[in-house]
Design a protein around this ligand. Structure first.
Ligand code: AMP
Ligand code: GLY
Length: 479
């Protein structure tokens, strides 16, 4: 089977790495990829010119399964085009991808679905937006409606900050057309956490909770970035609460998309704020988070390709009736009698993903009865090493050293995922803002943190910057 992963970040390297471990032994193309995917898969130039050119590429290269890592191809309709061409694709149709592609659309869906979220208003007109922001008299989140690489949200402590953000977006067009419409939202306080699920229609497979760190600087200061580090599990969202949150936030959205005639398919990622008044949805994404994906896949022991194929092909939904409700992601004992532990009989030689359902995978053929947990109990923690200047203008071209030695430091427990890198004549050079995702597994959060930072210390990347407090919030939660 030939797979095409679209994207060039740490998430795409993690996907290529984990998919490469599948029993299917797929041939993996990554477009455009990075220095890491060049070593672990095959890179290809991503054709410019939109979905039509991409479909030509998919036909020319005889791709069987398309996995967009990033949101842009999904928002542009790659899943719809693949469906028309009879090519399997992991991810939602363009209409549903607007959950990420348009913040006002996402808020409207949340309102219809009854998902708890911050109070908000949507504006196309600058004067009206300014009037609202001045009148609200409280901290606000000002959001460009369209895609802005995770940087289109400005937290405004007071009216002046909010007005400056509105000017930047609506008048100076800092984010281009993405900022012509804005969402102004009340700022919430609490603990942030990411809950991701692989979904098909109304069936979902919950992944363990993960904690991202969006701000550039220690102590959650500085501008928002794509994400500076992550860990999983996240002590703020214990497994015992995950079903409740899925009922509150994920299932209503799946139901609403189905009601609108575009059933959801792919990853549904809810960015949540756990406030004193209960959980609130901040945003939805329609793909794996970056760097959450690196931490999550480090813990995943199942066959990722099977899970993604089951989702894209509809098997996940077919298995629903047999397997019952989704379960939290930790392993239950083999044959513990919970509904999810019964392998649905779908005539295949392997269990459907819903039987795996985050609980257990069959290490052998479905009927062999050899089961093992799908997720390791260990904690994974990823520290992003970025180029000086990120998320603004940053330096490029620096040579990177020490990667192999860092991975060898604790064999099997450290993985350096490449993001903004290129491989040139045997050398790895920095080429992007987020350069590496240094990821470690440990028996607990503290050990994962120690191992990740020890690995960071061994990497040679001139004038790198990274947060020194990834995991500290989680450690405080234990106290
Ligand atoms: P979004 O892309 O909407 O998730 O926003 C990016 C980041 O901005 C989130 O991960 C939060 O850290 C922050 N954020 C967004 N909306 C709010 C809000 N209403 N209150 C507090 N923080 C927010
Ligand atoms: N880490 C946040 C995101 O992927 O959007």
């Amino acid at each position: 089977m030939r797979i095409l992963i679209i994207g060039s970040g740490g998430r795409e390297h993690a996907l290529a790495w984990k998919l490469g471990q599948s029993r299917e032994k797929p041939d993996i193309l990554v477009a455009p990829g990075n220095g890491g995917t060049a070593l672990e898969a095959r890179n290809a130039d991503l054709p410019s010119g939109g979905v039509d050119r991409l479909m030509e590429f998919i036909r020319e290269h005889k791709v069987d399964f398309v996995i967009p890592g990033t949101e842009l191809p999904l928002v542009n309709g790659i899943a719809d085009a693949c469906a028309r061409a009879g090519v399997l694709c992991f991810g939602p149709a363009a209409y549903a991808a607007r959950l990420e592609g348009s913040k006002s659309f996402a808020k409207e869906v949340m309102r219809e679905a009854g998902v708890p979220t911050a109070d908000f208003a949507v504006f196309n007109d600058y004067a009206a937006a300014e009037k609202y922001a001045r009148g609200r008299k409280r901290p606000l989140a000002v959001k460009a409606d369209g895609l802005a690489a995770g940087k289109g949200v400005v937290m405004a402590a007071g009216a002046e900050d909010a007005v400056a953000a509105l000017r930047g977006m609506m008048l100076e067009k800092r984010f281009g057309p993405a900022g012509e419409t804005v969402v102004i939202e009340d700022a919430l306080t609490g603990e942030e956490v990411s809950l991701l699920a692989v979904c098909r229609e109304e069936a979902l497979v919950l992944l363990p909770a993960a904690r991202d760190h969006k701000r550039a600087l220690d102590g959650d200061n500085g501008p928002n970035t794509g994400g500076m580090g992550a860990y999983s599990p996240a002590p703020v969202l214990p497994e015992s609460r995950m079903e409740e949150i899925a009922d509150l936030v994920l299932r209503p959205v799946l139901k609403t998309m189905k009601k609108r005639g575009v059933p959801y398919s792919g990853v549904l990622y809810a960015g949540l704020m756990l406030t004193a008044d209960g959980p609130r949805a901040l945003e939805f994404n329609v793909r794996f988070g970056d760097p959450e994906c690196q931490a999550l896949l480090m813990r995943f022991k199942g066959d990722l390709l099977e899970l993604l194929i089951d989702c894209a092909s509809g098997r996940l939904n077919d298995a629903r009736g047999t397997a019952g409700k989704a379960h939290p992601p930790q392993a239950a004992g083999c044959g513990s009698g919970r509904p999810g532990n019964t392998l649905p009989r779908t005539g295949s030689t392997r269990p459907s993903a819903l039987a795996l359902n985050g609980l257990q995978a069959c290490a052998g053929p479905a009927d062999s009865g050899v089961c093992s947990p799908l997720w390791t109990d260990e904690t994974a923690l990823c520290v992003v090493m970025a180029a000086e200047g990120y998320p603004g203008e940053y330096r490029k071209g620096m040579t990177i050293g020490g990667i192999d030695e860092a991975e060898a430091g604790v064999p099997g427990k450290i993985k350096i995922f490449h993001a903004g890198t290129v491989a040139e004549q045997g050398r790895i050079r920095a080429s992007g803002g987020r350069v590496l995702g240094v990821t470690a597994l440990g028996a607990d959060l503290r050990e994962a943190q120690e191992r990740a930072y020890a690995a960071v210390a061994g990497i040679r990347l001139e004038r790198a910057f990274f947060r020194r407090d990834i995991g500290d919030g989680g450690l405080r939660a234990f106290k």
